[in-house]
Ligand binder design. Sequence first.
Ligand code: PRP
Length: 179
Amino acid sequence: MKVKIHDLEFEKMIPFEHIEQRTAELGQTISKEYQNSTPIFVGVLNGCFMFTADLLKQVNLPCEVAFMKLSSYRGGLESTRSIREDLDLSVDIQGRHVVLVEDIVDTGNTLRYMVDKLNALNPASIKVCALLYKPEAMEHDIPELQYVGFEIENKFVVGYGLDYKELGRNLKDIYQLVK
Ligand code: PRP
């Protein structure tokens, strides 16, 4: 099935059923690894909103959730180098176990920025859970990236929270650009 968003056409790549199944596995793994602690999940808005909601439903632990808002694409297809901070973290993470939640890690610039920023606040630990990861596009070594839903090709994707010029975030499945 294809969808048109603005001027571009996208085809279905990951159906929601697969996202759901993989998210349940990630939730189980995280629940085991954080047994006996109360982690804070920190979502990076906007793209993370659907994944964060579905992931937390699969986490069987006492846990907190907070959000930050950063942006790097500014509506285009390519990641930009500059990161704009739109909303800061409102909780104290000192001494806490933090799980950063991302919809996608592309160049890794956003994640590098986030991990450095949060590390400066002296958490007990930081690990990252990303639904999508593009190994070919990655420009950084980020060992905190411990939980990955799907490794994907270096293609532009939308849906399930991800946008093209702000549209497409409401699509239930994930779609890739048709060349
Ligand atoms: C996307 C995505 C990640 C980042 C990944 O956010 O949600 O945060 O880009 O790209 P990178 O690894 O190259 O830094 P975007 O800036 O599009 O903002 P959004 O979440 O509001 O869509």
